[in-house]
Design a protein around this ligand. Structure first.
Ligand SMILES: Nc1nc2c(ncn2[C@@H]2O[C@H](COP(=O)(O)OP(=O)(O)OP(=O)(O)O)[C@@H](O)[C@H]2O)c(=O)[nH]1
Ligand SMILES: [Mg+2]
Length: 300
């Protein structure tokens, strides 16, 4: 499944950095769209769709979301073309500035209107930046209203996690990369038990909120994998009582049905009794003795 059906979109400075990184890991499976007023965001992105906002690069939209929205809306015709084949858009952005806060909700709305499924990962400013948070909160609400899944990422938690892994949170947001890669590989590749967009739609269309996590660990230690999932740098993750869950399990060639069952058990234990669970699995040669889980949880 490709031909422009899967699109990773980065909006704003940080969103563009993250989208480029995530796309680099799965460029055969999906397209890349970058939206920013700062043209340096388009460097090293030869095969990307780039949408510069504003006539000149020095105009910017610094902390002016309305300006970014209006610039974005001027590009509606171009965007219609880019969005035409898209069935799933994974949107990455960071809120609190101008472009991300203003253009990302408008992009999500347009993609939705075109019939695409929209999964958004939006970072919220650090706790000690109240003015940025004031811009970010209403922007997040608009994004949520226009996305099928909208996960709120905490920059505080992302930075903390990056520090513990010894990577730079701004340029190497490993959690974001893993999540996007997991989603794209889940939906874009044939596996043992194949999942597709219809499965994802049926899970996210349940009443209530939805979120997603990714975790990797020892295939013989399902609890550890589950605990890792719960430590994702999301602003909140309360999966108890969820009524829908899509699980994609990935493991090495030696992965056994028993291991798959154990991990699925750990992830679905907290769901409601009549919860809908959709399970997919595939082999991956880079996962010797390890297992990777991508979980989309809905009906929260
Ligand atoms: N502390 C800190 N926060 C950052 C940094 N980069 C991004 N952020 C946070 O992420 C938010 C969005 O940043 P960008 O992606 O650069 O913003 P943008 O959407 O390009 O917005 P404008 O440049 O204002 O048009 C900011 O409001 C900050 O909360 C950084 O280097 N340090
Ligand atoms: Mg910027």
């Amino acid at each position: 499944m490709h031909d422009g059906t899967l699109l990773i979109a980065g909006v704003g400075g940080l969103g563009s950095i993250w989208a480029k990184r995530a796309h680099a890991n799965c460029s055969n499976q999906c397209d890349l769209l970058l939206v920013d007023s700062d043209e340096s965001s388009f460097e090293d992105s030869r095969n990307a769709h780039c949408l510069p906002l504003g006539e000149s690069s020095d105009e910017g939209c610094a902390a002016l979301p309305e300006l970014a929205t209006s610039h974005f809306l001027k590009a509606t015709a171009i965007m219609e073309k880019i969005l035409e084949p898209v069935e799933l858009m994974i949107l990455l952005t960071s809120l609190g500035g101008g472009v991300g806060s203003g253009a990302a909700p408008a992009l999500a709305a347009q993609a939705r209107r075109k019939g695409a499924l929209v999964i958004t990962i939006a970072a919220m400013p650090f706790e000690d930046h109240p003015t940025r948070r004031e811009i970010a909160l209403p922007a997040f609400k608009r994004l949520q209203d226009n996305s099928d899944i909208c996960a709120q990422l905490s920059l505080d938690r992302l930075a903390w996690q990056a520090r513990s892994r010894g990577v730079d949170w701004r340029n190497r947001p490993s959690w974001v990369e893993e999540l996007v890669q997991g989603l794209v590989l889940t939906l874009g590749q044939v596996g043992l038990i194949n999942l597709d967009l219809m499965d994802l739609r049926s899970v996210v269309n349940r009443e209530g909120g939805a979120t997603m996590v990714v975790a990797e660990g020892d295939a013989n230690n399902p609890e550890e994998i589950f605990m890792k999932a719960l430590s994702a740098p999301l602003a909140s993750l309360e999966v108890l009582g969820a009524s829908g869950c899509l699980l994609q399990l990935e493991g090495g060639r030696q992965m056994t049905i028993y291991q798959m069952e154990q991990v699925a058990e750990a992830f679905t234990r907290g769901l409601t009794e009549d919860a809908q669970v959709i399970l997919g699995a595939r082999h991956s040669d880079d996962l010797d003795g390890k297992m990777r889980v991508v979980a989309v949880v809905s009906g929260l």
